[in-house]
Design a protein around this ligand. Structure first.
Ligand SMILES: Cc1cc2nc3c(=O)[nH]c(=O)nc-3n(C[C@H](O)[C@H](O)[C@H](O)COP(=O)(O)OP(=O)(O)OC[C@H]3O[C@@H](n4cnc5c(N)ncnc54)[C@H](O)[C@@H]3O)c2cc1C
Length: 450
């Protein structure tokens, strides 16, 4: 089929939803343009390992164009999508130098994911990075390792304790995993590296507003996870609401109403998500509604009401109260791609049916909890399942191989291969905040250069 006659599919986002949709269109008679504001596909479930020095950014975020290098019907565009015109069927994207491109489409799949939600307190973000992007994880890595460095050269006892206190907000899988890893790092990975402070004396406090951590895993696994973290020395505070976050610490309110100030230099926000701002933009363009998390409400086949050729998948999609997990994103992305193929073949679309493949979280090395169709695993058995699933899903042979080498180093010898930090990483968020929140550095056009 000649190029210009091909059905044009634009995919926004090269995360789990967008990438799996693109791959499924490999042999379809379509021309795909995949637009992402980053040049990599991020394996978000391993971000906590990037933040704690186990894996490098290259291992959790391989380049999208490398993953798709053999798929000749895909063009990858490095740009930020800023608008949708559903009447004229175009997507507007802004490049790094502020120039705009319009991408015409016959079918559109929007998979721009979700960001961190600070539940009405965006001002907390400056002092408590979330963990959603490579930038977040690198910044956290710089703050975590930087805190131990600062403690080593601190004269004042109280100030040193504040540097050695880490507060993690949110007891879901992300919060549990990062808290466990900071504890493990301080008790093992940094041993004998410092002269004046004992990194093992670090306090790791995990705060959650609910009555138990990992609430979605059920009482038994939640209790196992609590016990595992307690053994590592993590202080778990349930029924605990964080009411203020600032440079030197956090204010918390317990379920009995009592309040406390915790002096802590490093705070990590792992509570709450909200859909990408593109969800609102798309909903407005298409006359659709969004739910409380800002996700676009779609029809059973993942299409936008009144726009059968526009699909919303993954964390941006609101359908049957499906959770924001990688499996939903992959399966819904593939479903949208399949629907496009069916329509081209003159067939009707069918409803999306989600196959629940369970959930898991690591507690420490050799310990994880897994919940799958009523089967609950914990300890070493759970960890083996975790290892198998993550090796299977890590994209690309090189990444798998490198990750396995680093895991051997960490799990067997408590080593952390990725400990180099830069001051720019540690202060990036504050500098951007002070510059008025402008996130991307614009490359000046030639005429503006001296
Ligand atoms: C720390 C962490 C741990 C997690 N752990 C697990 C886990 O253990 N198991 C599990 O199942 N799920 C886990 N998840 C959830 C899972 O990663 C998400 O559900 C999944 O990534 C959603 O896929 P998606 O394609 O919808 O969005 P994403 O994977 O977030 O991809 C969205 C893509 O869109 C791009 N994008 C966004 N806005 C624009 C724009 N304006 N223009 C161009 N591109 C844009 C982004 O750069 C990104 O590449 C975790 C998430 C996080 C943050």
């Amino acid at each position: 089929m000649a190029e210009q006659q091909r059905h044009r599919v634009v995919i926004v986002g090269g995360g789990f939803g967008g990438l799996f949709a693109a791959r499924l269109l490999r042999r379809a008679p379509v021309q795909v343009t995949l637009i992402d504001r980053e040049n990599y596909h991020l394996f978000q479930p391993l971000l906590y390992q990037l933040a704690t020095g186990i894996l490098s950014e290259g291992e959790v975020a391989p380049p999208i164009r490398h993953i798709l290098r053999r798929q000749h019907n895909v063009d990858v565009e490095f740009a930020t999508v800023t608008g949708f015109d559903l009447q004229n069927r175009t997507v507007t994207a802004t490049r790094l130098d502020d120039s705009e491109r319009r991408h015409p489409f016959d079918s559109l799949i929007v998979a721009a994911g979700a960001g961190q939600s600070y539940v009405g307190h965006d001002e907390f973000a400056r002092y408590a990075p979330g963990m959603k992007t490579v930038d977040d994880a690198l910044e956290l890595r710089a703050r975590i390792f930087g805190a131990f460095e600062m403690a080593e050269s601190e004269y004042d006892d109280a100030a040193r304790r504040a540097w050695l206190t880490f507060v993690v907000v949110g007891g879901g899988p992300t919060g549990v995993e990062i808290a466990g890893q900071i504890a493990e790092l301080s008790r093992g990975g940094l041993k004998r590296n410092f002269r004046k402070v004992d990194p093992g004396a670090a306090r790791v406090i995990l705060c959650d507003g609910g009555k138990e951590i990992l609430a979605g895993f059920g009482d038994r696994l939640s209790q196992k996870a609590s016990n595992g973290l307690a053994k590592l020395g993590v202080e778990i505070r349930t029924g605990c609401t964080v009411t203020d976050v600032h440079a030197l610490g956090v204010a918390v309110k317990a379920h009995d109403g009592s309040t406390e100030h915790i002096a802590a230099r490093t705070k990590i926000w792992a509570a709450g998500v909200e859909a990408s701002p593109l969800a609102r933009l798309l909903a407005d363009a298409g006359g659709a509604s969004t739910d409380r998390a800002g996700r676009v409400e779609v029809l059973p086949d993942c299409s936008l009401p009144g726009h059968p050729d526009v699909f919303v998948v993954g964390d941006m999609m609101s359908l049957d109260r499906l959770p924001g997990v990688a499996e939903v994103a992959m399966q819904s992305g593939m479903h949208a791609a399949n629907t496009i193929k069916r329509r081209i073949a003159g067939k009707q679309s069918v409803a999306f049916k989600y196959r629940d493949l369970g959930s898991m979280a690591t507690i420490s090395r050799f310990r994880a909890v897994v919940s799958f169709k009523g089967v609950k695993l914990s300890g070493f058995a759970g960890w083996l399942v975790w290892l198998f699933v993550h090796i299977a899903f890590l994209t690309g042979f090189k990444n798998r191989f490198a990750a396995m080498l680093h895991w051997t180093n960490t799990f067997l010898f408590s080593g952390r291969a990725e400990r180099a930090i830069t001051v720019r990483q540690a202060v990036g968020r504050v500098v951007i905040d002070e510059a008025g929140g402008q996130e991307s550095l614009r490359i000046a056009p030639p005429q503006a250069r001296p």
